[in-house]
Write a protein that binds this ligand. Structure first.
Ligand SMILES: [Zn+2]
Length: 297
């Protein structure tokens, strides 16, 4: 496989762009940098326990947020894009922006999460399907989509949202994928395992970060359509599955799949293995804190 896997990249005030590097943090949290500009997708580091999520209230855990960021060597940020405002995508985003700087991009619901945490309006931008946002040499295009089946907390967050709160109060507020392009390549981050047919036709990428949460529980027809409309449409050199890990476990432990009660991970991996073999497109899991150079052949 032609992926260049190296040690963590430590940000510095470099004058010239470095190869684009992508660091994974479980769920759909991904840091992308060219050494000059830094972009974070979601940035969910708190990962409260299942018991707390099911029965209690959740809130950003500053200790977990700062320790994950410092372990990854991320010391500043230009832009944080949130896929939707469920807690496992949006909850930590305002704290990350307060800690690292940068601008929060998201739906109106996500901006209400920002407002509730005291972010100023001038530090936030509402996104819409088809926008193009310039971040240094990167362009980030939010593409509106649909949540994976079984969306337990649909709806919108209508007012500034102050944690701690029940996980169920984090309504999705609309779902986005992100097409991230750079002079050296293109990647699509598609967090939620569902599809708008033909949405990605004509969009070719080098790397596809493919959401697979709950995919194993769907019908074969659904799974095949998903592969066709997302993977075949974007023709990536490589697929990196995301949102497969047990996000009730802290990031200082190795990523592991959700328990079988919550997701059919074995079915998902078998599906990915078969589709990869049929299509010749490699599927490769990325570990937490592992850095890849997605545009280096
Ligand atoms: Zn969600």
């Amino acid at each position: 496989m032609a992926l260049d896997v190296g040690p963590p990249h430590y940000h510095s005030r470099m004058a010239a762009a470095a190869p684009v590097e992508a660091t994974f943090f479980g769920t759909s949290s991904l840091h992308v940098s060219d050494g000059i500009s830094g972009i974070l997708i979601d940035g969910f580091f708190s990962r409260p326990s299942l018991l707390r999520v099911a029965l209690g209230r959740v809130a950003p855990d500053r200790g977990r947020i700062t320790s994950a960021l410092s372990r990854a060597g991320v010391t500043r940020l230009d832009a944080l894009f949130v896929a939707h405002s469920h807690y496992d995508h949006a909850m930590d985003a305002p704290e990350v922006v307060k800690h690292l700087g940068g601008r929060l991009f998201g739906s109106e619901s996500t901006l209400n999460v920002g407002r509730g945490s005291g972010l100023a309006e001038q530090a936030m931008t509402r996104i819409a399907d088809g926008d193009a946002h310039t971040v240094g040499a990167f362009t980030v295009r939010p593409l509106g989509g649909v949540h994976s089946p079984g969306n337990r907390f649909p709806g919108v967050i209508e007012e500034p949202f102050v944690p701690p709160a029940r996980a169920s109060s984090y309504r999705d507020g609309g779902c986005f994928s992100f097409l991230v392009t750079h002079p050296s390549g293109a990647m699509l981050i598609h967090p939620s395992a569902n599809v708008v047919p033909n949405q990605f036709d004509g969009i070719d990428v080098d790397v596809l970060y493919l959401g697979v949460g709950a995919l194993g529980a769907q019908s074969h027809r659904f799974q095949d359509d998903y592969w066709r409309h997302v993977v075949e449409a974007t023709r990536p050199r490589i697929v990196v599955p995301i949102h497969w890990d047990n996000f009730f476990v802290a990031l200082d432990r190795t990523l592991r799949p959700l328990p079988a009660l919550l997701d059919k991970f074995a079915t998902t991996t078998e599906f990915l293995r078969r589709k990869s073999a049929e299509s010749g497109i490699p599927v490769r899991f990325q570990d937490a804190f592992e850095v890849i150079r997605p545009f280096v052949r």
